[in-house]
Every structure is written in C-alpha cells, then in structure tokens.
Design a protein around this ligand. Structure first.
Ligand code: ARG
Length: 461
C-alpha cells in the first residue's frame, strides 16, 4: 500500500476491516508535533553517527520545520490511508524531501521507541499545564480563606455537628490534598525524565546512534537503562492517570460540600450567576452544575485509570499492540481536567459565603461539649469523669430543649459541683476555636500561620 511503513513482505494491502481497526490517527495526531521534534533530534543523531551528510541534515531539518508549520496551521492533516501519526508524517516528509532523503530518517528507530518517548513528552507538557491550573485553584481557595479569616462554621464528623472550626481552616483543608497532587506531578516528572528513544523495537539499535544526544535534544535528563523496559512499560502513563483520578476525587469531595452548602437547608453559600445554571421548566432554579459535573467526572477519571491498568495487566514483554490503548484514556483525563479546572476555580473564586448563618449553626448540636470536657480536665478532673459529667449536661440540655450555654447556673451545679459559672468562657464558639491552638489546630493564629505555610510550599514546589 502506498505510504505504509511496512508493505515489503506482504502480498497486498491490509483488508479494509483491518485498516479500520488498526487506524489511530483520530487520536494519536495529538502527538504530531512531538513526533516531529523527535524526528529532528533523531536526524541529528543519524548525522552524528555518519548516516546523513551535513547537507542532508540541513535538508531534513528544513523539511521537518516546514512540515511542523503545516501541521500547526492545519494545512497538513492525516489522510484516510495513513495508519497512524508516524505514517502520516513520513508521507508528509517524503512529499517535501523526496524519497531519496526522506527515506533515510527511519533508520535505527522503531515506532515502539518513538511512541514511548512521545507520550512522555506530551504528558510532561500537560503535567505543567495541569499544575498551573491546580495552583490557580489553591489560590482561589486560599483567597477565600483570607477574606473569611474570622468566620466560624460547624465542623462535622459523620456529617453531624462535631466542633466549631474556622471556615478558613476548612477551606485550607481542601488545599492540602491539591498541594500533594502538585507534588505527585513533580515526583512523576523525575521518573519520566528518561528517554526511550534509541531502544528500537525492543533490543536497541545497531547503528551506533547516541541516544543521549536525542534525550538532551528533547529535554530529558537521561536515557532509559533497558530498551525492553523503554518500549514495553506504561506504568508512567498509568501513574499519570492515577494523579488525574486523584485530582478528580479531591475536586469531587469539595464539589459535594458545595452542593450541600448551596441547599436551602444549609444556606451557607450562594453561587455566582455566571457559574450556575437554570432549569428549563422551573423558573426559580439556580443549580450547582459545575460542582455536579466535577463530582460526575471523577467517575470518568477513575474509569480511565481502571481501563488502563486492566489493559496492562498480564501483558508479556516487550511491545504489544495493546499498548496503543494507553492513549485515549489518558488523553481524555487530560482534556477532562483542563476543561473542568478553570470552571471549578471560577466557581470557588466567586462563591459568596453566608458567615452569619454558619456562625448561628456552629454551636448547635452541642458542638461545644468537648470544650466543656477539656475545660474540666484543665481543672484536674480526670477525662473519664469529665466525659461523664459533660454527657449528663448534654442529656439535661436535650431533655429541656436547650443549647449548652442556655443551661442556668443552678442546673449546672446540680449536674456536677465542678460545673461552676466560669465554664461559660468555653461555651462560645469564639472561645472554642481560639482554645484549639496546637499545631494544625483551628485557632485563628494557627490558621493564619497554616495559610502562610501553604503559600510557601506552593511557591517552592
Ligand atoms: N500506534 C502504536 C502505539 O500507540 C505505535 C506503533 C507501534 N506499532 C507496531 N505495530 N509496532 O503504541
């Protein structure tokens, strides 16, 4: 078949059914610019090893530059007959150079080492883009934390009122997992800093090409140590997909809270009109679709990871065509997050918090009971007794339909001699949060410090 990379030993072209199945240009075209970069580096390695004269190298690089420009502007596109991005670009190159020169480029490389290299290049670029988008989300959350430095909300465990916390503390708690996602990308980048180019089909190449030249040219720190590993492994792709899935999960946990906070029952937030949607039938509706899409897309991101891991399981070394199935899932995860994150960050940045409502609810549900117990401990009551006494106080308040601070002095005394009026100093939400001043605690001084540490950590990534 005209233009195919492997016609020699075959009697005729592939069946139309095979051609249709085998075709990958509809997704691997995303790799075209990386493929050309790889080809330019490879041409230089060929020239260094004596397989291209310096004139030929100039001709080759000039043609590759022209081809790149045609790809970028969309003037050069894969044809129906092209099997994959590599075949299409070889066809384009030979159109420019003639077969005499263009036909020399493929020496000493295989699509197997090419594709393993190109996917790393693409993922490195998107790790950088996604990291930037994550930093913007952290900035939006941290800015809300700064604006609402004093606001107190009900902190929950089991979704029940537990202890009052600063809203800023809660918002920053959503930042730290994202900081770790950033660190995961950075750490992944260190493992992905090895170039598989030069591994050939699996066993290396015989032409004496300097793989380090190609690696440096492409911005890798080093060359893979093992050509079989270089062509057959995709753990780095799976790890990347894991990071995107983890980001999806981190977003979806915040999304779920925003959805709850935005209900009539909570009434903690109002979404900006530009970041919410309406209903086609109910005129009054204003829906948190961005948060819901974030929650929903986390399922898709997990699915992409799961599919990829399943593809890799049990694959014998070295290259198998199954490995082509690594691309669509991870490309989809990238696209999903690169569309989702800007919308999500916009939603967060424009959220209006109803801090009066939060403060009103914060002491309800006996959320200051632990403060009472710890106040008793400070007065040298054993925690066991303190827990018991405070439990009786809660029981009394519940039976009389009171909050803890509404129980009068006489009743306090009747519950325990230790419950003197001074206990009221911890029966305010302000007193409660201020007293939690150990490292990582919700006291305003600690939270301000935490915010500074967060910003510092992001800056020094
Ligand atoms: N398109 C393939 C992939 O994505 C690379 C080509 C290798 N093909 C082959 N028949 N060895 O993995």
């Amino acid at each position: 078949e005209a233009g195919a990379l492997w016609g020699g030993r075959f009697a005729g072209g592939p069946s139309p059914e095979l051609a249709r199945l085998s075709k990958s240009t509809h997704f691997d075209w995303q790799l075209a610019e990386y493929d050309i970069r790889g080809s330019r580096a490879h041409a230089r390695a060929l020239a260094a090893a004596g397989y291209l004269t310096s004139d030929e190298l100039v001709g080759m690089v000039t043609a590759l530059d022209a081809l790149e420009a045609a790809v970028v502007t969309g003037r050069f596109l894969p044809a129906e007959s092209d099997e994959d991005v590599h075949s299409a670009l070889e066809r384009g190159l030979i159109d420019l150079t003639g077969v005499e020169l263009g036909g020399k480029l493929r020496a000493g490389r295989s699509r197997n080492d090419q594709i393993a290299t190109l996917i790393r290049l693409l993922l490195r670029d998107h790790a950088a883009t996604l990291s930037q988008l994550l930093i913007e989300l952290i900035d939006a959350l941290a800015a809300q934390a700064e604006v609402h430095a004093d606001a107190i909300m009900p902190g929950r465990t089991h979704l029940q009122h537990a202890q009052p916390v600063l809203l800023a503390h809660h918002l920053l708690a959503h930042c730290w997992p994202i900081v770790r996602d950033l660190e995961r990308f950075a750490d992944w980048g260190r493992r992905a800093d090895f170039s598989p180019y030069g591994s050939g089909a699996l066993a290396g190449n015989t032409l004496g090409l300097d793989a380090r030249l190609v690696a440096t040219d492409l911005g890798f720190g080093a060359v893979v140590e093992n050509s079989i590993d270089g062509t057959a492994s995709r753990d780095l792709v799976a790890e990347f997909a894991y990071i995107t899935a983890q980001i999806g999960i981190d977003l979806s946990r915040l999304a779920e809270e925003i959805i709850l906070w935005n209900t009539k029952e909570f009434g903690f937030v109002t979404l900006d009109d530009a970041y919410s949607t309406g209903s086609s039938i109910m005129p009054q509706k204003k829906n948190p679709d961005i948060a819901e899409l974030a929650r929903g897309k986390s399922g898709r991101l997990i699915g992409n990871l799961t599919g990829l891991l399943t593809t890799l399981k049990g694959l014998p070394l070295a290259y198998n065509r199954d490995l082509q199935e690594d691309k669509e899932p991870v490309f989809d995860s990238i696209e999903t997050l690169e569309v989702l994150l800007p919308a999500f960050t916009g939603m967060v940045a424009t959220l209006r918090f109803h801090t009066d409502r939060m403060a009103e609810l914060a002491p309800q549900g006996f959320s200051l009971a632990t403060d009472v117990a710890e106040w008793l401990v400070k007065r040298h009551v054993t925690f066991r007794d303190a827990h018991e006494i405070t439990g009786s106080l809660v029981k009394y308040a519940e039976e009389h339909d009171l909050e803890l601070h509404e129980v009068d002095d006489a009743a306090l005394q009747s519950i325990s001699e230790h419950l003197v009026p001074a206990v009221r100093e911890v029966l305010t939400i302000r007193g409660s949060v201020e007293s939690r001043d150990g490292q990582g605690g919700t006291a305003p001084v600690r939270v301000a410090e935490q915010r500074a540490h967060l910003m510092e950590r992001v800056r020094t990534l």
